[in-house]
Write a protein that binds this ligand. Structure first.
Ligand code: NAD
Ligand code: G6P
Ligand code: MN
Ligand code: MN
Length: 433
């Protein structure tokens, strides 16, 4: 049997993961699932863990679920380790979203100044986790869902004590599902080739039954009749001619770059109405956990669909399934570039379609990115590299550099003010600075 350890087990997404593991049990016999959290998350861990136990019992699957605050005890002899942690909890997210916004910059948990700080807080912890893994389960795969997932994968590839790391995001699957819905066909008939970085990924080619339909999909996306987005991003329409010119499919997060002005205006309006997305998530979570507490509940409740992480468990389970069974199917994940995308460093983490084998994901050759997007992707990669260096060294000037070169931070002087205020606000979680 397989042993999976999920760090950040108190996450409201855990029932989704457990539902997936139950569905995949025949192909992926997980006998042990260890849910790990920290003292701040103890109550959530217990509520979610008890629901998970009811779910496997109801499904009649022989999976043992363990709840613990002792990460090292859990990691021993694990086969797969998944991470879904939020360092500083939702209050830190709200800070990431609101300080930049106060200075007129996008406030987003994985992009711009917010993404930088989420990375600075989280990279030291993920590197500690790799130390424990090297000691306690050196053969295990680390499947990291924690954001910023691309930057964290880069950090582990460059500084981690293990090499078997995969960054996972639900954006590519979400795009594929939306395309299938738009074309009114089953998603099994759709194949999308992906290339770029996490939350900066493009669908470069779309195939329906093996025939390329990229231009039709772009036209539909520009028609204003359908929108491709995630629950956490407003689905503002793309300009039809812009998409026609771009020739590849942007991801929902590209709106922060190509619709910068509109997205900033929207964020400022939302701030007045309901607060940042983090504040909205706090409310959704409160309601979710009330539902999770119900001792008669033994399935994943529908309210979870209000979170941005739709299809997360599908993505995680099919990835683990394909590694375990050496499936050699194609899935988009974050891995070491190894030359797949020309123009990005060999050692950089990229989000790209890969063949999933028992030895991990093998990125498919992309070649050069189209000239229209190459510069932006390279710039974000430079930002991520500097952010990783800043997180590891605690060097103020590297952090300032990462902040200021980010395309969503449009002033050196204001960037520095945001940096200083955020360093102070997050002091407790930034011991390296
Ligand atoms: P959450 O606020 O529920 O946090 C999950 C758990 O992590 C909490 O119970 C918390 O106590 C715990 N935690 C915090 N620090 C920890 C540590 N050092 N060790 C162990 N546990 C720790 O968060 P969530 O909304 O479920 O999201 C979890 C993470 O997943 C976030 O980083 C989020 O950005 C990310 N996420 C990623 C994607 C993706 O596409 N990759 C999608 C959704 C969420
Ligand atoms: C999307 C992204 C995640 C992101 C999440 C936010 O699905 O892929 O990386 O963290 O949504 O969702 P939330 O409900 O927390 O705002
Ligand atoms: Mn994501
Ligand atoms: Mn310095």
């Amino acid at each position: 049997g397989i042993k999976i350890v999920t760090i950040g087990g108190g996450s409201s997404y855990t029932p989704e993961l457990v539902e997936g593991l139950i569905q995949y049990y025949d192909e992926l016999p997980v006998r042990e699932l260890w849910l790990v959290d920290i003292p701040e998350g103890k109550e959530k861990l217990e509520i979610v863990g008890n629901l998970a136990k009811r779910m496997v019992k109801k499904a009649g699957v022989p999976m043992n679920i363990h709840l613990t605050l002792d990460r090292r005890a859990a990691l021993e002899d694990a086969d797969f380790v998944t991470t879904q942690i939020r360092v500083g909890q939702l209050d830190a997210r709200i800070i990431d979203e609101s300080i930049p916004l106060k200075y007129g910059m996008i406030g987003q948990e994985t992009n711009g100044a917010g993404g930088l700080f989420k990375g600075l807080r989280t990279i030291p912890i993920i590197l500690e986790i790799t130390k424990d893994m090297a000691e306690l389960c050196p053969k295990a795969w680390l499947i990291n869902f924690t954001n910023p997932a691309g930057m964290l994968t880069e950090a582990v590839l460059r500084y981690g004590k293990i090499k078997k790391v995969i960054g996972l995001c639900n954006v590519p699957i979400g795009m594929e599902m939306t395309i299938a819905n738009m074309l009114e066909v089953d998603s099994s008939r759709i194949h999308v080739e992906f290339a770029g970085l996490n939350h900066m990924v493009f669908g470069t080619h779309v195939y329906l039954d093996g025939m390329e339909v990229t231009a039709q999909v772009l036209d539909l996306l520009g028609s204003g009749k359908v929108s491709m987005t995630m629950k956490n991003i407003i689905g503002l329409d793309w300009d039809r001619d812009f998409l026609k010119a771009l020739k590849i499919i942007p991801c929902p997060y590209h709106r922060y770059y190509y619709k910068h002005k509109e997205m900033l205006e929207h964020e400022l309006e939302e701030l007045k109405k309901t607060g940042t997305r983090g504040a909205a998530v706090k409310q959704i979570e409160k309601e979710l956990f009330e539902v999770y507490k119900d001792p008669d509940l033994a399935v994943k409740p529908s309210q979870l669909e209000n979170r941005g992480g739709a299809y997360y468990s599908y993505a995680a389970c099919r990835l683990i399934r394909s590694i375990y069974n050496d499936k050699r199917d194609i899935q988009p994940v974050n891995v070491r570039n190894n030359g797949a995308i020309i123009g990005l460093p060999e050692g950089a983490a990229v989000e790209v379609s890969c063949m999933i084998t028992k030895d991990g994901p093998k990125p498919l050759a992309v070649g050069e990115l189209p000239v229209a997007v190459r510069g932006l992707v390279q710039q974000i990669k430079s930002f991520e590299q500097l952010a990783v260096e800043a997180a590891v060294t605690g060097d103020y000037h590297l952090a300032l550099l990462a902040m200021t070169i980010h395309p969503l931070v449009t002033s050196d002087v204001i960037g520095k003010k945001i940096l200083n205020e955020m360093l102070e606000a997050h002091k407790k979680y930034l011991p390296q600075f």
